[in-house]
Unconditional design. Sequence first.
Length: 313
Amino acid sequence: MTLPGPFAPQPGEHLLTWAAANTDELRQRLRTDGVVWLRGFAAAEVDLAQHLLTQLGAELMEDVFFSTPRSAVAGKTYTATEYPADQIIPLHSEMAYLTRYPRLLCFHALVCPATGGHTTVADLDAVTAHLGDLPDLFHQRKVRYTRVFHPGVDIPLSTAFGADDPAVIAGIAQRHGMTLHDGPDDPRLVYTAQGVLRDSVTGKLVWFNQASLHHPAQLPNATRAALTSLYGANGLPRQAHFADGQPISDEILHQISDVLETNTQLIDWQPGDVVLVDNLRYLHGRSTFCGDRTVHVAMGMPCHGAQRDPLFS
């Protein structure tokens, strides 16, 4: 499916004012296309993303378990993942490593770099179709994620959970079905989630996990070798296995990466652009860039379990 281009029915009008009067149209476009790209509106507020989601009727979500470095902006608006500019952020479905995840994402560009910095997206149904037998395999076997919080290698445990109090951290882990091993060595977090969703209308499977983002095959060979030398294969900062603990092969990860690359499309930002994304229809990521880049994000409409229902049903 071709990504819908920028939509600017009333250039110069304040986005939230226009959206309040056209909520039904926005909802319908999201139902139909999975992505709505808004351009040309007045849209300068740093927390605009969360207000637009609220206008659409979406309950806002906090990223209470941070997988990547990001910062709170205001309320429940955050910076997009703060990876170095010379690194890509691979395509992924937001919070698909958990069994509770957002349905809607709202991205808002405030500062755009001189070159690069695209938000990359890919149609989940197209990706699923190109993955052959893998969706069935991951439906049967699910994905187990392991994170080991080595100091200075990944974000600290307190940052991941947004709390310093061990009791608060333990409570969050329990609510998300995570097992936290906090012994004398570096803390280790283990949790299992779905490998796919099932569409409640068509009955088809939909690829929905973050195996490729957590698997060591995603790392450059030299980085993987160095980390393995330091910590051993079972001590790598991020790992993805099948739920029974059996390994997911590098060959499977390479197949996934090839399919994602083939299906990648680009959002070339202009300042003030806003993009609404159905997280169960499109993956997203980020290309490398030169210059300054500021994109804010809000997440809404929490979902549970392994089913994709019609949006706004």
